[in-house]
Design a protein around this ligand. Structure first.
Ligand code: NAD
Length: 299
């Protein structure tokens, strides 16, 4: 039997609709939620991510302050622009599209964004609060994964979740959220230093792949009936496609014959990330919310 496809696109639309209604309610109070979106350089993938975020903001009745900077922008210039946005009351959230050019220290950039506007949850203060279970914006992709699991009534409490990938934006925060009492999973985190990856993935009730390696999770690496969440978005060359490439996840779609639930790429976790970003911008703009922070999505 084939797995249930977890439709992140449909859930993303539902969340975005609710965000739109909340944006409208804020507008009636004279607040127009606005995200400062900074892109340095002209990396095509980054440009396409930024454009889709700006389009989503506009569709949800919010504004974006689009700032495009040349590759040659210095670290000081970028820090000064972030400082201006930090001080601008009309800008509620700030996003600096990663990666920044190599001559700019990404840590300094993450540290410069005010935690009150840190809708990506990259600032060390935000990350610390998230780990401690204190109020903060939740990181968008991990939050999107959890919302997908919730939407499909996947039992998380007591489940063994195996996360593959230890990045600061997906793997690490996801592990920290999954172990919260609210979710109550038992978690294994795998990474490039893990010996015998299959030994671990085969034990997963919930397997979450975020390694950035195309289709490397194969059917023989998962337990029958597992829930498989594919965070990976990889461009692979395909000359039959008009753009010369196609997108694929970290999971071989053939696992859908063995899994119970499965997220497609595209259309799974990707649209959830944008939806949760919009949700954080609304939370940031909502002055009724002390410190403009969000623990639990209000949609
Ligand atoms: P990254 O590229 O920074 O790090 C990858 C991690 O995976 C590393 O920690 C590494 O230890 C681990 N890893 C790599 N290959 C492995 C292997 N063979 N076995 C075990 N561990 C391995 O990670 P990232 O930024 O979290 O991105 C991961 C993937 O998720 C990428 O494809 C990225 O495009 C995608 N992504 C998607 C979204 C979304 O919205 N769906 C958001 C962020 C990232």
């Amino acid at each position: 039997m084939s797995a249930v496809i977890m439709d992140g696109k449909a859930l993303g639309i539902k969340i975005r609709q609710s965000v739109k209604e909340r944006a409208l309610a804020l507008k009636e109070k004279g607040i127009v939620p606005c995200l400062g979106v900074i892109l340095v350089g002209d990396d095509p993938a980054s440009l396409s991510y930024v454009k889709s975020k700006e389009k989503a903001l506009a569709e949800a009745g919010m504004e974006s302050r689009d700032i495009r900077l040349p590759e040659s922008t210095s670290e000081e210039e970028l820090l000064s622009i972030i400082d201006e946005l930090n001080k601008d009351d009309k800008v509620h959230g700030i996003l600096v599209q990663a990666p920044v050019p190599k001559h700019i220290n990404e840590e300094k950039i993450n540290d410069a964004v005010s935690p009150k506007k840190d809708v990506d949850c990259f600032h060390p203060e935000s990350v610390g609060n998230m780990i401690l279970g204190r109020r903060t914006f939740l990181p968008c992709t991990p939050h999107g994964v959890l919302e997908l699991l919730r939407e499909y009534n996947i039992p998380i409490s007591g489940a063994h979740a195996v996360v593959v990938g230890r990045s600061n934006i997906v793997g690490k925060p996801l592990v920290n959220l999954l172990i919260r009492r609210q979710y109550n999973a038992t978690v294994t985190l795998c990474h490039t230093g893990t010996k015998d990856l299959s030994y671990h993935t085969l034990q997963a009730d919930i397997l979450i792949a975020a390694a950035g390696s195309p289709c490397f999770i194969k059917p023989d690496m998962i337990k029958k009936g597992a829930v498989v969440i594919d965070v990976g978005i990889n461009r692979v060359t395909d000359i039959s496609e008009p753009k010369g490439y196609r997108l694929c996840g970290d999971v071989d779609p053939a696992v859908s014959l063995k899994a119970s639930y499965y997220t497609p790429v595209p259309g799974g976790v990707g649209p959830m990330t944008i939806a949760m970003l919009l949700n954080n911008v609304i939370e940031a703009a909502n002055t009724d919310c002390v410190n403009a922070v969000c623990v639990k999505a209000a949609y």
